[in-house]
Ligand binder design. Sequence first.
Ligand SMILES: [Zn+2]
Length: 179
Amino acid sequence: MPSPVGHILFAFAISGVPKPRDVLTQWWPVLVLLAAIAPDLDFLPGIVIGDPNRFHHGPTHSIAAAVVFTLVIALMFRSLSKTQILVLFLVYAGHVLIDTLAKDLGAPYGVLLFWPFDSHYYISPVTLFSNFSHGTHNEGLGGVIRDIFSVHNLWTVAIEMAILGPLLWLTERYRRRAG
Ligand SMILES: [Zn+2]
C-alpha cells in the first residue's frame, strides 16, 4: 500500500485541493479525506485484538465497499450534489486502485477488488509505488509503529510525492483553466 500521504495527494487530484480554511469549517473536504483513508480503517479491528495487519486489504478494499461507502454518505449528507457523490466514489475506488499499484511484501498480495463476487486478490503487474511498511501479520502494535516511522517509509512518501505531486499540479492547473 502507498502511505496516507500518497492516498490524500491522489484524492485531491480527483476532488481538487480544498482551501485550508474549508477543512475546518466545511464537511466536504472532511468527506474527501474520509473517502481517501476509509479503506484502511480495516486496521482498526486488528489493533483491537493486538494484530493490526490481521484484516488489512480485506473486503474494505473492493469496488463493492466503495459503492456501500458512497451510498451511506449520500444518505447521511442529503445536500451533496450528484457530482460530489461521484467524486467520493472515485476517491474511495482510487484508494483501492493505487493500492494495487504499490509493492506488496505480505501475502496475500493485492486487494479483494471484486469481493464478494470473487475472492481473488488483485495486484497490478506494474509497480508504480513503493510499499508503506506497517509490520507483518502477527506483529504487535509496537513493531507496527516502529515500522511506520522507518527510513524506508520516508522514501516511500518521497516517491509518492515525486509521482503524485506533478499529477496534482496538472489537475489543479486544469481546474483553474476550466474555471
Ligand atoms: Zn489501503
